[in-house]
Design a protein around this ligand. Structure first.
Ligand code: G3I
Length: 316
């Protein structure tokens, strides 16, 4: 039988991951995920609204179910995520906290979650999506109340809780060079200069058909040159639906280009697709009229993009 993507990736020195939701841990989705991929990112199960739905009450079961699945299939876990502006519990968004109290809430959350998963999560997305499109900081509750130091504080708390975990900053629309990517570059440079424990930068790569940035590889390399690992963390390539043969071929080329960009950068640790099947992809619900963004169709059949990723990873 053809070797799965994970074996081809491993031979190239990278991991090949997928996002997976707790609803996908049985049947066809489980068998594809557990066979083809060697890293898993919980789609929603480790986010704050799931983990701490009311203050001080933890709900680890959904995230734990992903970890148990990963361990049973010899997969790494990429924890997603610790600090973000979205999918926060109501008690946090509707509460009114002093700056000191909010700071304590943030540090406690990072500490408790990383401690719970200590030794089980290899990579953490510590801070997710902190930038506006123009490269300035997003005016979310963290930045508005705590200022930019919330980012360093989150990384320090994560490092203290699990010194072995690889700690990442993660964002989207930063794949090519440009204002947002420059903002992230300047932040990483400054965090490194201050000795903040950051190990890597994640490039989500929610891409549009035919629009893989031509500067992606060079951009990954300039971050790597700052002394951090880089990773593709949420890859998908969306198109106007329905798909047709021409679009699927373009999509195959796009996926292959991203794989090649990662393989071309020594410090690129791996690639994660944000779901592997069109059956459960987040795209259609967020972008009406768009979809068909993943490697497998809605019937769990591999698409041309799957074959292209195989070829890019050196498979036959
Ligand atoms: O669980 C409820 C269900 O009970 C309810 O019936 C249903 C009705 O809408 O909603 C379900 O929750 C949804 C959840 O996904 C699980 O499917 C939420 O509404 C929906 O908002 C949520 O969307 C997630 C989205 O993040 C939220 O921002 C997507 O699954 C998830 O793939 C997506 O992932 C993000 C990354 O974390 C960060 N980068 C971008 C990426 C895509 O948006």
């Amino acid at each position: 039988a053809d070797p799965p993507l994970r074996d081809l990736a491993a031979a190239k020195g990278v991991y090949m991951g997928t996002a997976l939701m707790a609803s996908e841990l049985s049947g066809t989705s489980a068998s594809i995920a557990g066979t083809q991929f060697d890293s898993v990112t919980p789609g929603n199960e480790m986010k704050w609204d799931t983990v701490e739905p009311s203050r001080g009450t933890y709900n680890w079961a959904p995230g734990d179910s992903i970890v148990t699945f990963a361990q049973a299939h010899d997969m790494q876990v990429r924890g997603h995520n610790l600090v973000w502006h979205s999918q926060l519990p109501n008690w946090l968004t509707s509460g009114s906290f002093s700056n000191d109290e909010l700071h304590s809430i943030l540090v406690k959350h990072v500490t408790d979650e990383v401690t719970h998963y200590k030794g089980k999560v290899v990579h953490w997305d510590v801070v997710n999506e902190p930038f506006n499109e123009d490269g300035t900081f997003r005016q979310d509750l963290w930045y508005n109340q705590l200022g930019v130091s919330y980012i360093a504080d989150a990384f320090k708390a994560a490092r203290a809780a699990d010194p072995a975990a690889k700690l990442y900053l993660n964002d989207y629309n930063v794949e090519g060079t440009g204002a947002k990517s420059d903002g992230m570059y300047n932040l990483v440079k400054s965090l490194k200069q201050q000795g903040v424990p950051i190990d890597g930068v994640g490039f989500q790569a929610h891409l549009i058909l035919g629009q893989v940035p031509s500067t992606f590889k060079a951009n990954l390399q300039r971050f790597a040159d700052l002394g951090v690992d880089v990773a593709i963390t949420e890859l998908d390539v969306r198109m106007q639906t329905p798909s047709d043969a021409g679009k699927l071929q373009q999509q195959a080329n796009d996926y292959a280009a991203v794989v090649n960009d990662c393989l071309g950068v020594t410090r690129c640790a791996g690639i994660t697709v944000w779901g592997f099947t069109d059956a459960t992809s987040w795209v259609p619900s967020t972008f009406p009229g768009q979809g068909a963004a993943t490697l497998y169709d809605e019937n769990y059949q591999p698409k041309p993009a799957y074959a292209a990723v195989r070829t890019a990873l050196g498979g036959g």
